[in-house]
Design a protein around this ligand. Structure first.
Ligand SMILES: [Zn+2]
Length: 376
């Protein structure tokens, strides 16, 4: 009896440990394969609670050589203007950044390879404001930006009209501080195009080009812009352009935005994400590529209208052969956004369709909050 018992126990232990051992083996080989093989991957911060990020490395180990295995879906989430100074800064000093994010369940920020926003201001040492003082004068403390990692943010567009609020010194410190914190960033000061405009990284077995442009105080040099995108497209699988533009508080995008968006796509951009108007603008699909003209605010302190507190986040899932886009309309209350639901969400989508230039089929998909674009 006694013997029988221990044999049973042994069988039980082996049965229980075998799957754990294999899971360990798979993780070990996947991790070992990734180490040091791709500089691009190393420069991209891993998303801590997304174990799938471990597998976001080029397929070489046995874990990937299964028949029919391809790059896994690339998942990204983008928000509009993120500004943590002025009244938002005062609010955070009182109740903390977690209070600003308390309208979301934490799962909302899970499972993405890239989460980004337009960072509307400079990240200076100690959050200093440097002279001259201006009426709109935004600077953020690196420690505060670091806290955004808790929500899995790892990318910022910094091409906008506030990057230069703290002068050249502020621009330099922003680049240095974001690098030191492990954030990916793209963008030069308004109307400038250069090395700072783009970044290449490897995600989910793909090479991704991220570009950031700003055309608030005048037009961009079209040739420079198109060349930058063309160059990025020639060396990557996907090009995502963030662009800061358009008239403030206007829901309808204008002819200039449209013409620039089309030129970006003609030059090789796959997705165009706009911001700056502080309200949501419509969308368009041009040559099978989505353009979101403005996502509106994300975290801001423009409490003076309902429109400036209606926001849009877009989730993109890119697979070979297409992209699925989730539209997440948000309502912000005192700089605390939360997902719209029911009637409010329906009413928002009705308006969003009117601001957009899309065919009837796309409009129906927008009303359901999810779009599918086939690229095959
Ligand atoms: Zn702006």
């Amino acid at each position: 009896m006694k013997n029988n018992h221990s044999t049973n126990d042994l069988v039980f232990i082996i049965t229980a440990l075998t799957p754990i051992f294999f899971v360990f083996l798979i993780f070990y080989f996947a991790w070992d394969n990734g180490a040091g093989t791709d500089r691009g991957v190393e420069s991209a911060p891993a998303i801590a609670d997304n174990p799938a990020a471990v597998f976001a490395r080029p397929a070489k180990s046995f874990a990937f050589n299964l028949p029919g295995s391809a790059a896994r879906p690339l998942k990204m989430l983008f928000f509009g203007d993120l500004m943590l100074d002025r009244h938002v800064g005062e609010k955070i000093a009182r109740t903390g950044l977690d209070d600003i994010f308390s309208g979301f369940v934490s799962e909302f920020f899970r499972g993405y390879d890239l989460i980004g926003a337009n960072l509307e201001g400079a990240v200076t040492d100690n959050g200093e404001h440097y002279p001259p003082a201006m009426s709109y004068d935004f600077a953020f403390h690196p420690d505060l930006i670091a806290e955004l990692k808790n929500y899995n943010f790892n990318f910022f567009n910094i091409a906008n009209n506030h990057l230069s609020d703290q002068g050249e010194r502020g621009i330099e410190e922003t680049g240095k501080n974001l690098d030191a914190l492990g954030f990916i960033s793209a963008g030069c000061a308004d109307r400038k195009i250069g090395e700072c405009s783009s970044e290449i990284l490897a995600l989910s077995g793909r090479k991704i080009g991220l570009a950031g442009f700003s055309m608030v105080y005048g037009l961009l040099d079209q040739n420079k812009m198109e060349n930058a995108v063309r160059k990025l497209a020639s060396s990557t699988d996907q090009v995502i352009v963030n662009i800061h533009w358009g008239r403030e508080y206007e829901h309808n995008f204008n002819a200039t935005q449209r013409s620039v968006a089309h030129k970006l796509i003609d030059a090789g951009a796959d997705i165009v994400i706009g911001h700056h108007p502080h309200v949501v603008q419509g969308m368009e699909i041009y040559k099978g590529k989505p353009i979101f003209y403005s996502l509106g605010n994300f975290i801001f302190d423009q409490y003076f209208s309902a429109d400036t507190q209606e926001e849009l986040a877009v989730g993109l899932e890119i697979v070979d052969g297409g992209v699925t886009i989730d539209l997440f309309p948000l309502r912000s209350k005192s700089s605390r956004p939360e997902l719209m639901a029911d009637d409010e969400r329906r009413i928002f989508f009705d308006k969003f369709v009117k601001w957009s230039e899309v065919d009837n089929g796309t409009a129906r998909q927008v009303e359901n909050g999810q779009l599918h674009i086939s690229t095959k």
